[in-house]
Write a protein that binds this ligand. Structure first.
Ligand code: SAM
Ligand code: SF4
Length: 441
């Protein structure tokens, strides 16, 4: 290995991108490169990017520009650019002009060490972006930085083509890992000392469709639940149209699976849901939630909501507010609709003005935050089991853990409690966190 082998990865976007960055780090480390925490110390900077929304893309281009400028003084700095943004042709053209050294797509992660070696040999810009979904699923190295909780991919890609969403274009068609490969990875992680896994897929409820030996996501949960040493299992994301009661039964039966479901609703208006190509109605969603709550009375529900989708009227938006008020989600990721080139909705002529989108997101957040704060107030006085994550990032000298229902609990404690299951009594709260004290069993 020639000198200058320190790398730093900049990650933008979702849990899947976080996991991809860990994979890139493992591939590079196995090839003899050395990770560094501080970007300025790196000889190689790898961007791992997200293209779900335009604003995030702009931020990334700004950062790339800064690093390219840095090359004036740090001549040997290598800038590699991967992730969802690299699957979009206009971005690739822009990155080429910006003189980024290596541009690699979401299907080319495995090749990263080879691409770096090739660049070092030839000193010529490399573009490795495969458009077609690969036939074969690559099993990546399972090693990652030790911690309490970690993400595990169970499937890749998406076949749903919601009209606003770029993901099927950037991540390719849906394909599932074999259950035995997932379980093997989880076993390895539990042996390493991880206590919780989050199983990841764009639509975990359609897991298993392409497998040789049939298995669905409920089967997979039951298998992962058997892994010794593991304390908790979570999963995301659920698509309402494919969620079934077999899954809810598995959540109820499996002691390690937390009673926390993230089921993206997107809108409360049937007209908008249809235009989004979501394949369910508000009534279907509400009935599904009622069925889930009947089987899992304490379940915590999270969701994703988009405001300002093309053609969304005040009346449509009020439908969204009204479902939010009736269902009372424990948490919601709320998004302002962002037109994405290549998606159907970007071509719709009835785009909603920016100012209206802004008003709607503020109103929605006000309503949702009010509900979350009320739900949190209802926790005061209860005793909750938490898995301790580590020192709190927002409260100096305090520790932080999560309840099974995914609520953050801040409490007085010492770092040696990290990874332990504790009983805490909830004494106070704000909109996003609970405050508690550890209690003897
Ligand atoms: N597969 C997941 C599902 O359907 O539930 C979601 C994955 S997507 C990366 C995360 C969220 O981003 C979506 O649920 C949606 O709310 C939001 N999103 C996707 N495309 C968007 C767009 N063009 N503008 C605004 N939000 C968007
Ligand atoms: Fe995007 Fe829809 Fe697939 Fe989720 S289900 S990734 S929102 S296309």
């Amino acid at each position: 290995m020639e000198s200058g082998n320190k790398f730093h990865i900049l990650t933008y976007g979702c849990q899947m991108n976080e996991r991809d960055s860990e994979i890139m780090a493992a591939l590079l480390t196995n090839a003899g490169y050395e990770p560094v925490e501080v970007l300025e110390e790196a000889d190689i900077v790898v961007f791992n990017t997200c293209s779900v929304r335009h604003s995030a893309e702009n931020k990334v281009f700004g950062k790339v520009g800064n690093l390219i400028n840095l090359r004036k003084t740090k001549k040997n700095l290598i800038v590699a650019f991967g992730g969802c943004m690299a699957q979009v042709p206009v971005n690739v053209e822009k990155l080429k002009k910006m003189r980024v050294n290596i541009i690699f797509g979401t299907h080319n992660i495995e090749a990263l060490p080879d691409l770096l070696a090739e660049f070092r040999r030839r000193h010529k810009q490399i573009i490795a972006v495969q458009e077609k979904t690969p036939e074969r699923i690559v099993e990546f190295p399972p090693e990652r930085k030790l911690g309490v909780t970690t993400n595990v991919n169970v499937m890749y890609g998406c076949d749903n083509f919601c009209t606003y969403c770029i993901v099927p274009f950037t991540r390719g068609r849906e394909r599932s890992r074999r259950p035995e490969d997932v379980v093997k990875e989880v076993r390895f992680l539990a042996e390493q000392g991880f206590k919780e896994v989050v199983l990841l897929g764009q639509n975990v409820n359609s897991y298993g469709k392409n497998l040789e030996k049939p298995a669905d996501f409920a089967d997979l949960l039951r298998m992962v639940n058997e892994v010794n040493g593991l304390k908790r299992i979570r999963f995301t994301t659920s698509h309402p149209k494919d969620l079934n009661m077999r899954l809810i039964e598995a959540v109820a039966d499996c002691d390690k699976v937390c009673e926390h479901l993230h089921i993206a609703m997107q809108s409360g208006s049937n007209r908008i849901l249809k235009k989004m190509n979501r394949h369910y109605t508000r009534e279907y969603y509400e009935d599904m939630v009622a069925d889930i709550r009947a089987r899992l009375p304490e379940v915590a529900l999270g969701t994703d909501i988009i405001v300002g989708f093309p053609g969304e009227t005040d009346a449509d938006f009020e439908e969204t507010i009204s479902v939010v008020q009736t269902i009372r989600f424990d948490s919601a990721f709320t998004f302002v609709y962002s037109p994405r080139a290549g998606t159907r909705a970007a071509l719709y002529v009835d785009q909603v003005p920016k100012e209206i989108k802004r008003e709607r997101i503020m109103r929605l957040n006000d309503v949702q935050y009010g509900i979350a704060a009320e739900i949190n107030r209802g926790e005061i006085g209860k005793t909750r089991e938490i898995l301790v994550d580590g020192p709190s990032k927002t409260n100096a000298d305090k520790m932080m853990g999560r309840t099974r229902l995914n609520r953050i609990v801040i409490f007085d404690g010492t770092p040696d409690l990290t990874g332990k299951i504790l009983q805490t009594r909830i004494t106070d709260c704000n909109t996003f966190s609970l405050f508690g004290e550890s209690v003897e069993e």
